[in-house]
Design a binder for this molecule. Structure first.
Ligand code: VG1
Ligand code: CO
Length: 605
């Protein structure tokens, strides 16, 4: 157990982005690359006062190529840095929300995890020629806040040594159970325990939702569903929930065996990449209905990303935009026991580029709404506000992003399965209402199912359209320009930033710019300020155009263009047609073609 000190040198570019450090796998496999980052993290958390000697370190990943090797290295380094208890997910697998749940739920107080390393590059492709990633989550189960990731980054720029126990045995990750290792003098003992990847998370989900009600829905003859884990880490969780707990056939789970390269695909749940599922649901990649002939289309479809924190929700020939999904779930929160038992929702939050659909629900139902920068770490402070912010409590809390992320304060990460179970709860609720043909008890619900005939299923489409009818529709799309030249993209952003004030008041197309700025956010709980979070053009009629550079791209730059337009009455248009005019304005305002050489996006979501 004797630590060895290894000499190293700073490696440039180890700054964590929106969600950890992501680079090409080969870069991560270069000597000292992983080690430098891990040691810099240990140095940062020790300086912050984390007691790593008493508590437990949790490690898990999304199963991508290099996952297991990285875990063995982190174990050896953790031991050298003084950690005495380590939990590792079986086979090295643990979804991002499951890590969060396990930090928060597992073990008696004195054993609880002080933090976790998550080996993931989320939705980025995996494999020797693709991406790898690592991030650190804190004792609340949430991603390290900016203040900590900044320290980690600073440490990486001045690191000259790291500690490792090269003799520490490699741990067999395939079987659950503890391995105890004693120092030669018998004075010190380290325990590495391989734990179930799914247990803590699934137990938590069972305490949140009414599984009997969901089973009632799934068992109906006229209801069918399919869940696509896209060869990512969520497969085993989906099987536990849908097959073991809810008694459904295995066929419900598609692509549910994790693969280290996600089968060569892009494990990102959207209309472009979840192609197989999208077709099964009777849609094309633009979300338009396709003719499936005699083939019956499923009632419900959902997909996850590589690390299981994202979700896409589909109904029969119907795509639910993530921003709408957030708004619908918030409006139905009280049908979920977790929220009902706590007296209903107290707060909602969305990232700035996410559409304002949820704001309308918050205003209607009277809960606080927050607009935060992109990335999950900003939500955590709001959820933990009671502890930090003079007793003001925003929980229970629901939050989400336009990038297919939804969640609540049951954990401190977005949670793909949670969102799916939330939707199934809503469907179960509406359909049991129809069955008993009783009128809605909760008149605040958007959808009035009392006029449906008793044997027809209330669908996902019915629910979303009911929502639009009540609140109006926030037409929304995001255009991604992936793998573009960084210098050009940065120049374009600088230009828009400089001319923001000049743009205010300008007329363009049928729009008038009420305000143009670069979004900055002052955390209401701890007062920290995040600047340069996206250029916004806020139009007088409430429409918005937003530009950001991605903070998760492994290499090169990705420009994201977000377009939103609100319509109170005209809710039945095709989204791309409704947004056509505003898209043109956005391309003109940014002069994107001059800066990056194209105005053709790689992906539209
Ligand atoms: C993207 C999304 C953001 C999300 C982040 C992490 O970040 O836009 O909403 O929180 O990915 O998601 P960016 O900086 O590339 O726009 V995950 O599922 O990749 O951890
Ligand atoms: Co993810």
């Amino acid at each position: 157990l004797k630590p060895t000190t290894v000499k190293t040198r700073p490696i440039e570019g180890q700054k964590p982005g929106t969600s950890g450090l992501r680079k090409k796998t080969k870069r991560f496999m270069e000597s000292n690359y992983l080690e430098n980052f891990v040691q810099s993290t240990f140095n940062a958390i020790k300086a912050r006062g984390t007691n790593i000697v008493e508590g437990t370190l949790l490690i898990g990943g999304d199963g991508r190529y290099f996952n297991k090797e990285a875990i063995q290295t982190i174990i050896k380094m953790a031991v050298a840095n003084g950690v005495k208890r380590i939990w590792v997910g079986q086979d090295g697998l643990m979804s991002t929300p499951a890590i969060s749940a396990t930090i928060r739920e597992r073990g008696p107080i004195w054993q609880q995890a002080f933090g976790a390393f998550i080996l993931t590059a989320s939705h980025n492709p995996g494999g020797p020629d693709e991406d790898f990633g690592i991030k650190y989550n804190c004792e609340n189960g949430g991603p390290a806040p900016d203040i900590l990731t900044n320290t980690i980054y600073e440490n990486t720029t001045k690191i000259y040594k790291y500690f490792i126990c090269p003799e520490f045995p490699s741990i067999d990750l395939s079987e659950c159970g503890p391995t105890n290792v004693k120092s030669t003098d018998g004075m010190k003992q380290v325990c590495v325990e391989v734990i179930s990847s799914t247990e803590n998370h699934v137990t938590l989900l069972k305490s949140i939702f009414d599984f009997d009600a969901i089973r009632g829905l799934l068992d109906r003859n006229d209801f069918s569903m399919v869940y696509d884990a896209m060869h990512g880490v969520n497969g085993p969780y989906a099987k536990k929930v849908f097959v073991d707990e809810l008694g459904q056939p295995e066929s419900v789970c598609m692509n549910c065996v994790p693969k280290d390269d996600f089968n060569g695909a892009h494990a990102d749940p959207n209309l472009t990449y979840a192609k197989e599922l999208v077709e099964l649901m009777g849609l094309d990649r633009k979300g338009a209905k396709i003719d499936t002939g005699a083939k019956v289309v499923q009632s419900f479809g959902a997909a996850a990303d590589g690390d299981g924190d994202r979700n896409m929700i589909l109904g029969t020939r119907f795509f639910v935009s993530p921003s709408d999904s957030l708004a619908v779930i918030a409006s139905y929160a009280h049908v979920i026991p977790f929220f009902r038992s706590q007296g209903g929702l107290k707060g909602v939050a969305r990232s700035m580029p996410t559409s304002g659909a949820v704001d309308l629900v918050a205003k209607d139902l009277g809960f606080d709404v927050f607009e935060t920068p992109t990335g999950w770490k900003y939500f955590g402070n709001l959820m933990d506000s009671k502890a930090i912010f003079q007793g003001k409590d925003y929980t229970p809390f629901i939050c989400g992003e336009e990038s297919f992320g939804t969640g609540s304060d049951h954990v401190r990460e977005k949670d793909g399965l949670w969102a799916v179970l939330a939707w199934l709860s809503i469907l179960a609720y509406e359909n049991s209402k129809v069955e008993s043909s009783s009128k809605s008890l909760l008149s605040i619900l958007a959808f009035d199912s009392s006029n449906k005939s008793s044997n027809s299923l209330v669908t996902v489409e019915d629910i979303v359209k009911g929502h639009w009818a009540k609140y109006g529709r926030n037409y929304y799309c995001r255009w991604d320009f992936e793998g573009v030249e960084k210098a050009g993209a940065e120049k374009m952003m600088d230009k828009m930033r400089e001319s923001a004030t000049a743009n205010t008041g300008k007329e363009i197309g049928q729009y008038r710019i009420a305000k143009a700025d670069d979004f900055s956010y002052k955390d209401p709980v701890d007062g920290t300020v995040a600047k340069k979070q996206g250029i916004r053009f806020l139009m007088e009629d409430g429409s918005r155009i937003i530009f950001r550079l991605s903070g998760t791209a492994g290499s090169g730059a990705t420009v994201r263009m977000y377009i939103e337009q609100y319509e109170k009455e005209k809710i039945d248009m095709i989204a791309s047609e409704a947004l056509d005019g505003l898209v043109k304005v956005a391309l003109e305002l940014s002069a994107i073609k001059t800066y990056i050489g194209t105005d053709e996006p790689t992906v539209i979501t």
